[in-house]
Design a protein around this ligand. Sequence first.
Ligand code: AMP
Ligand code: GLY
Length: 425
Amino acid sequence: MKPNMKIFDSMKKVLVVGGGGREHAIVDALSRSPQVGKIYCAPGNAGIAAQAENVPIKDTQIAELKAFAIENGIDLTVVGPEASLAIGIVDEFKAAGLKIFGPSKAAATIESSKDFAKRIMAKYDIPTAAFKTFENYDQALEYVKAGKFPVVLKYDGLAAGKGVVIPETLAQAEEALKDMLLDERFGKGRVVVEEFLTGPEFSFMCFVNGCEVYPMTLSQDHKRAYEGDKGPNTGGMGAYSPVPIITDEDVEFSLEHIMKPTAAGMVAEGCPFTGVLYGGLMKTPEGVKVIEFNCRFGDPETEVVLPRLESDIYDIFSAVADGTPMPQIRWSEKVTMGFVMASKGYPGDYSKGYEIDIPELGDIRIFHMGTAMKDGKLVTNGGRVLMVVGSAEDLQKAHDKALEAVESIKCDNLFFRRDIGWRVL
Ligand code: AMP
Ligand code: GLY
């Protein structure tokens, strides 16, 4: 009789879908769960390989992922990327009787269609920028001409953070509208024309199961590529948690008047949301308003939020996926700040395969966003490559620790912003 056998048998097997920094942070959090015995990640990356077994299946190969989950007796699948959700991975897994954390294809529309998200907000009185949606170029241009500048133009469809243009002049707006509605550069679509709002942005991620909404601690992303919030929009160049400029009252308002009514609205629309509902919110002079919703964990926000989670994440994922009572969610007092190291040229064209040399860095967390192993060496393999996170008693210390680590990482083709956290430091 092997006394440990029974315990081992009851240990959970988890499959994480995706291969970026967000998935690395999810794998890292799962690896702290005493219930989790084995973690697979598909496709994973070179950093994730230290904490999980990488599986060479792409995040959009749903049939292959499903077969893998069945063959390997996976207890729970956790989905990172919006692309997998938007094509219905959750529906497919559930139909096969597999437990999976994430929203259905219908619920994921809150991210994949800006127009759908805006209509939900209008219908359920969720505070957001005034807007109008157009398919016709001439009508869109007339509307823009009659309004104020800058104006916000959002392509209606998944555009990996690149489908938003904020023209300052009519000429710029004309060009952007042509791109979106005439040249079909993004494929045939619609454009949401939105009022330009001002104020600090913050990311409010909540675990949601139908009408039940459980908030996570706040974080703030840095969307622009260069220091001083200049340059093109990216997926995010750094983040920190919590966000001291957002008050408890702001959080309360956001929970009661934005996240909860949105979750209830999705239930009323017949597409209940299950998973992480991400509110991209802005504290405007008229109060907190929605800039966007995402249907999944943010990246790089997850890399600063989940390291602060003290509760067992397996219990949380399970409670959401099964619709069972949510355990208490506890957060560490220690704060986090992280710097993204990205390939030169990102978010435009960039090349891959540059060697990365990471020295011994003590209690710094390095989440790999886009790395691979080539001839036994760690190399760049994406636009965003590493998210380097420091943890400390205050944000200044976390900033200094993370920046020092970033500066000690050697690679010929990476850049980063040194001003992460400028709004609070
Ligand atoms: P989104 O993809 O909708 O998050 O937009 C990308 C970025 O564009 C946001 O993080 C904001 O910085 C900016 N943005 C989007 N909508 C607005 C708006 N209505 N007013 C001002 N800035 C906006
Ligand atoms: N960091 C923004 C996002 O995940 O969409």
